[in-house]
Design a protein around this ligand. Sequence first.
Ligand SMILES: [Zn+2]
Length: 920
Amino acid sequence: MSLWRRPAQLPATLFVMAVALGAGVTAQSTGKKAVGASASVSDDAEFARLVKGWTTRPEFSSPLVDHLPKVAGIPSPKDILGHHIGEPKKLTYYADILKYYRALAAATPRVKVTSIGKSNEGRDLVVVFVGGDESIRNLESYRKYLAQLADPRKITAARAAEIVAKAKPIYHLSGGLHSGEVGPSEMLMELAYRVATEDSTLVRQIRDNVIVSITPVADPDGRDRNVDWYYKYGINETEGRATGAGVPYWGKYVFHDDNRDINYSQIEMRALLDWYLQWHPPIMHDLHQAQTLLYTFSGQAPQNPNLDPILFAELPMMANFEMAQLSKYGMPGVWTHGYVDMWSPGYLAFMSSNHNGMIRMYEIQGFSGANTQKMRLGNPNAPPAAGGRGGPSAASGQAPGPDAAAITAGRSNQAQREWFRPWPATGEFDWSLRNNTNYGETGVLTALQYTAAFPKVILENFYQKSRNSVDTGRKETVAGYLIPGGQRDATRVAVLVNMLRMQGIEVGRSTGEVKLKEGTFPAGSYVVKRDQPYARLAKILLEKQVFPADPNLRTYDDASWTMGLMSHTDVKEIADKAVLDVAVEPVAEVKLAGTVTGAGSTVAIPHYGSNNMVTLRFRLKDLKVQAAEKEFKQGDITFPAGSFIVSGDLAKVRSAIEALGLTAVALPAAPSVPMHDLDVPRVAMYSTWGNTQDVGWVRYAFDTFEIPFDLIYKDRVRQGNLKSAYDVIVIAHQSGGGKRLVFDIESRGTPIAYKKSEAFKYLGMYGESDDITGGMGIEGVAELDKFVKAGGVLVTLGAASFFPAEFGLTPKVDAARTSAQFYSPGAIIDAEILQPEHPIFYGYDKKLVPVRYANGPLLSVQTGANPFGDAPPAGPPPIPQGVLMRYPGGDDHVLSGLMRGANEIRNRRRSSIRPRTRGA
Ligand SMILES: [Zn+2]
């Protein structure tokens, strides 16, 4: 039963007026005119008939998408794919998506496909441009105009005005970042065709005034795997996920976290950033599908205050325009607030806001497959459920704090009328892939309509935001940042500077000593001046994150990311305006050349905490490498405990050290300090089938640092004899506590295989199983227990640390949970090293080190006085043997970000995890 109704059909004239909004165009009709002189155009009658049938209710469509031109010589999606977009039970593999765009580009001068790189699994990454003939012919000129507006230091205001008069905004659309959100990548093909061919006033105006660019599928590897899974399992489902399991992998390493990849570690995300910095689209719009029926992001609180005020006004302006237009077309369920906030800069499209453009996001109702499914939306008269993540609760009038599950269940909330949701969808109805296409395409055409109506305003704002960013260095308190030269470990400094450079932030290297109010720094210090176009981004990345004081404040995502703290690198915030005039030479990229000085047959490599030390060990895996257990001196150099001592094959040792940017000294003989062998352990990493993403991040780190390992699953653990094959087993955080880790995906009797076959060639990657359900079970626990008792090392991270405590592998260790009042969506806090001489801490030179804490177990070790209790005894607790590190806890030890209830973790044992996987 539905409570909404479609308004009376809009008169054509009203619709045309809406189309002409703001651009002074007097539309003659909505009729489709010929495309070019020779092409013959008519509407595709079959399309209209089929699409009407696939749309489950009339109000789930609009006058913008209920028709499609048929143009001789220009292929519509059906001409290449064999079906119209949105046909039930049809999803398109990536190769066919590319085939379509390439066929379209071959047939019309209005479309161009460019390559921007390769995915992890070797698929072509592309950007598709769509626009008027002239725009596409002169793309390079338009690219240059935007590049000029992006750097206002190089042009006068008068010149900027001239450029704005000639330039066109690029509006970038991206689908398929999340592989289970299948609809937008289908819809974008129809959109490209429509923008290239339709001759309505609206589309003509878009074509004339805007250049549309498209990422067809942001994670193409995951797309193909998800489509395989759909055709193998999902297509036979009628309601929900009847198989009880989703595809175990999307991309090579991560699922939703490709939208939290703040440092662009994943090559697909990096390729888009590199493209962005060439093309400077003032708007980047990511198309997701997780909410009911269309959520259009408006940049709600908490907002990152470093970003330009213009941006925070632009966002709701566009979102409200879309909400008004879609309401006018009679489409219910469009809303703009009470979901994602504007705090974390790690979302993929945030690359635009971070560089003075505009991030936009949709969440369109949809499923991970293409089946039509029944939806039931809650009672509109029910009290507000937890559905509004983020923002001051008082201001939004919502209950704070849902988690991902509540968001999913929070459909009841999304049936609620709110000021930001004036016409919610309610009741029970069928939802189809075509409905998803209709909402997404109508929304996007409306956003393009707005951009086409105000192209010069968009460009002026882009220029002005860039201009304002350049001015921040002189106007704001923070004039710059300085990364002092001569830091103990140069490799971490290099990583940090290169990450800034990757984002287009200018960094200079001081040519002489730097004297500022904040201190005197040696020549060779790195200087980030805030009189540059990306000055705002530099501050966002380098400063300490401080939230507004609001006891109820929640944030949707990560709370902190301060780069100096996270890389254990010294970064100084500089208020002295003199920093802007420090003489520097620009840094393109820091490339450290490692050195080996001295002469002799033994090489000593001081351990200053470089991550490259572990890479070095594995590159020299065939050589005997030892660690000095005590500090020693050689000439002027102090070698801290943990320094490597290696002899034999000096040429190989030297070349490895040089390539990794490390420093070393050749000695005539080994130092006379106690040493032990640094063995090369045989490592396994355990993964459940139900939660592979956080394991994926650890795999990514191991791969990056060249640490070899076997990825093992339940079947291998149950097989036993683990100690004969492995010295170390790593169990990364994988959501939930010990039980989830052990029992994983519930078995419903029917095996669910994840295996490669002729028909499904993208399944079975990164591991295979005849049945991914059931978990390792108690049998698996027994094998891991045997492994530990036989001397194996079991390393658990994050919530996986509940497992040994809960299943009796560590009888004296308890794992507790924080209280319901505790809240920490990823703060950076102090951890205290208790046994600095332990090899785990080789390379650290301070007792307190910054770590990230989101949630997860608080470990305690039973002492004689308190053998069973979880609560620590009164007074300062004794430090039991074997505890290497703990949280000092308390507000004083919160270094960046948000932690409410910081006393709860006082003196508890180190454990740190990433935030929960979230569905946006
Ligand atoms: Zn998503």
